[in-house]
Every structure is written in structure tokens, then in C-alpha cells.
Design a protein around this ligand. Structure first.
Ligand SMILES: N[C@@H](CCC(=O)N[C@@H](CS)C(=O)NCC(=O)O)C(=O)O
Ligand SMILES: [Fe+2]
Length: 232
């Protein structure tokens, strides 16, 4: 079972994966403002969420991880990359971790560079790349301790080495696309295809993007898995 949902305010994708037999599920990158939508989807499908995963500490929206955990009787495990230094999650993820749900599992692939703790999640023939690899783009590296050289290495050595037909489901898309594949990105991604590491670093340094509107609210909240700060 697989569903992709979109939050238009932040252009964020949220993914639900579930084991067809046991109906145990994983949610990737839930958005706090979309909690009602997500709870309705879970109820409609009759699934039990085992894991709520964030690909990284997001800068542009508040995660729904803590709020979903509080709302779900089965109390899923919330998890994010160890290097995110986000104390509010139950479990710090490391490269190579396997996260079981029913008869399925996700393999964690560390893809740092957009942030030091950014992780991608491999499930069957698809990879959820967060803001490491975007469709025809990649995550910016000009805040949250971003590092373009590290991002180049992660994408070229850990994502572009997956089978070409692996489907790429990104954390965001700003131009209406929903899915790509490794072969397509290897061949056509304008920031990466036929570019050396130094060229990539130069491209990233010249992007000059505006700061995300919510960054000063989202990052502290997301270090706490999106929990509303007490007494704040
Ligand atoms: N305009 C958006 C921010 C968009 C943005 O900066 N997105 C980040 C992901 S957190 C990114 O890496 N974008 C890559 C790009 O635009 O090329 C906002 O204000 O929230
Ligand atoms: Fe991001």
C-alpha cells in the first residue's frame, strides 16, 4: 500500500507506506497542518502506524511527528537522523538501519549535505530522498550547516548507485512534479548530470535563494519533533 499526499502551503510531500497483509504502516514527513487529512487517511485504510519518520529537521514547515504520536493509540516510534540533534524524537537513525513494519522494512541511507542529519529511506523499488535529491534539483546548502560537497558525495555515491529504475520520491516539488527515477536524475538533473564536484559546489554557492519564511519557527519546533514548546 502506498500513498503520496501534498501540502500546497509548503510544497511538501507526505508518504504513507503499509504492509498489505498486516496493515502496519510508516508515515514519512507529515506536516502538522495536515494532521486531520492524515488521520482520516489512516482511518480509511485501517492501518496502524509503527514509524513516523522525518527525512531531516525541516526549515519550511512544522512536522506532524509529535502530534501524530500523541493522537494515535498505538504510539508509533518517531525517528530522525542522529546528526539532526533533535531531542524530541524517540529514535536517532543511522546509515544502514532497517526499520521493520509488518512483513516490510525500510533501509536508512544517510544523505547529508542539505542538513548534516538528512536521511533517505529505501523501500522496495522506491527511495524517499527528502531534500537531498529533488526532481531536477536538490536541497539547498546555504543554511542549517548545509555542505554542497557532502551533498554531491551523498547523491552521486549513495543515490545514483541505486538501480536506475528506482523511483525517486522527493520531499518537495515546486513545479508540480510528483515522481522521477534514478536513471532520469542521473542523466538529466541540471545541477548534477555531467557536473564535477567543484562545478556542483559553484552552482550551489550561486543559487541566492530567499530564506524560508518559517525557518525561525520551524527549526526549533522540529528539533522537538514539532511539539508546541511548553510555557512558550
Ligand atoms: N520558499 C519556501 C522555501 C523553499 C526552500 O528553500 N526549500 C528548501 C527545502 S527546505 C530547498 O532546499 N529548496 C531547493 C530549491 O529551491 O532549489 C519557503 O519560504 O518556505
Ligand atoms: Fe529541507
Amino acid at each position: 500500500m502506498f500513498c503520496q499526499r501534498f501540502d500546497p502551503a509548503s510544497s511538501t510531500f507526505t508518504y504513507l507506506l503499509a504492509c498489505d497483509r498486516t496493515r502496519e504502516a510508516v508515515l514519512i514527513d507529515p506536516v502538522l497542518e495536515q494532521q486531520e487529512r492524515d488521520l482520516a487517511l489512516l482511518a480509511e485504510l485501517g492501518v496502524t502506524v509503527r514509524w513516523v519518520l522525518d527525512t531531516h529537521v525541516h526549515a519550511d514547515h512544522v512536522t506532524g511527528a509529535a502530534a501524530l504520536k500523541a493522537s494515535l493509540p498505538a504510539q508509533p516510534v518517531t525517528a530522525v537522523g542522529l546528526a539532526c540533534e533533535a531531542a524530541g524524537y524517540d529514535r536517532p537513525l543511522m546509515h544502514g538501519d532497517r526499520l521493520p513494519f509488518g512483513e516490510e522494512s525500510i533501509t536508512v541511507i544517510a544523505t547529508p549535505g542539505h542538513t548534516p542529519g538528512s536521511m533517505s529511506f529505501l523501500w522496495r523499488d522506491r527511495v524517499f530522498t527528502g531534500d537531498a535529491l529533488l526532481i531536477g534539483g536538490c536541497g539547498r546548502t546555504d543554511f542549517q550547516q548545509g555542505d554542497a560537497g557532502q551533498l554531491y558525495d551523498a547523491i552521486t555515491q549513495r543515490l545514483f548507485t541505486l538501480p536506475g529504475e528506482t523511483l525517486v520520491y522527493p520531499g518537495h516539488d515546486y513545479r508540480g512534479r510528483r515522481v522521477s527515477c534514478i536513471e532520469e536524475e542521473r542523466a538529466t538533473n541540471p545541477r548534477l548530470a555531467n557536473r564535477s564536484r567543484d562545478e556542483f559546489i559553484a552552482v550551489m554557492a550561486a543559487l541566492d535563494l530567499p530564506r524560508p519564511k518559517l525557518i525561525d519557527v520551524a527549526v526549533p519546533a522540529n528539533k522537538q519533533a514539532g511539539a508546541v514548546p511548553q510555557g512558550g
